[in-house]
Ligand binder design. Structure first.
Ligand code: PGA
Length: 263
């Protein structure tokens, strides 16, 4: 048993429409009701179009709603982009930056992620910065260096006072999605430690308050082994959490493994 605050969330990517997200959330709210008084931090990151509805549905619950991406500018000639002001307007307090699909399908760079992080933090949003090495990085045995570069560039110019607004997700690119192979719990722990050391180098002791979540083919069966690792503070789940019953089953499982902190 270990005592820790637990983070558990899902990114719905481009899979659920507004009505599908609504059905998912209603069921998730019902399924997770018994656990909403504790400090397990539950979050769901739906499509942009679902955000206002999701905010309304979860208003009286402990489920946090996040956006999948954000512009690095607050306004301007950026057709197709969503600014932090637009997220603030509907009360969204969490934004994901640098998901592997943004980096590898849309070719976003660490410099761009950094501009988004700085803009989000300036607007009072909590940022979930995703980092992770590719399969080629892993083969070349440079995973640690790649993670350090992504953190140092992605969080450049963030001050210690802004650290409470940071969450990090470690998601090896080769572990994500239907062709992904989940990392072993030991491999994930090894890299979580590298991430925490790097954050401590950057922000001192304050860095220990930054939750670092593991993501990449997490499912019911492997969830327990990840959450038992000393430097894994939570799980960031795709496919295995898109059914609200499965999400709740994983929550019940990981709650049993860790002793949740008192509020
Ligand atoms: P997966 O997705 O759990 O379906 O591998 C994880 C992610 O993309 O964050």
């Amino acid at each position: 048993m270990k005592l820790k605050k637990l983070y558990l969330g899902t990114n719905l990517k481009m899979y659920k429409t507004i009505s599908e997200t609504g059905d998912f959330l209603k069921r998730l709210i019902r399924n997770t009701k018994p656990y909403q008084g504790d400090t397990a931090e539950l979050f769901v990151i739906p499509s942009y179009t679902s955000l206002p509805m999701a905010m309304e549905l979860t208003g009286n619950t402990a489920i946090k709603i996040g956006a999948q991406n954000m512009s690095w500018e607050e306004e301007g000639p950026f057709t197709g982009e969503i600014s932090p002001r637009m997220l603030e307007e509907i009360g969204v307090g969490l934004v994901m930056v640098g998901h592997s699909e943004r980096r590898h399908v849309f070719h976003e760079t660490d410099e761009e992620e950094n501009r988004k992080v700085l803009c989000a933090v300036k607007h009072g949003l909590t940022v979930l910065l995703c980092v992770g090495e590719t399969g080629a990085d892993k083969e070349a045995a440079v995973s640690g260096q790649v993670l350090e570069i992504q953190l140092k560039k992605g969080l450049k110019s963030i001050s210690v006072s802004q650290v409470p607004q940071l969450w990090v997700a470690y998601e090896p690119v080769w572990a994500i999605g239907k062709n992904g192979i989940p990392a072993s719990a030991e491999y994930a722990q090894h890299n979580h430690l590298i991430i925490k050391k790097c954050l401590t180098e950057m922000f001192g002791n304050q860095a220990m308050s930054i939750p670092v979540l593991y993501g990449g083919s997490v499912n019911f069966d492997n969830s327990g082994s990840f959450i038992l690792q000393p430097d894994i503070d939570g799980l960031f789940i795709g496919r295995s959490a898109w059914d609200a019953d499965s999400f709740a089953r994983i929550l019940v499982r990981v709650r049993k493994m860790v002793q949740i902190e008192d509020k």
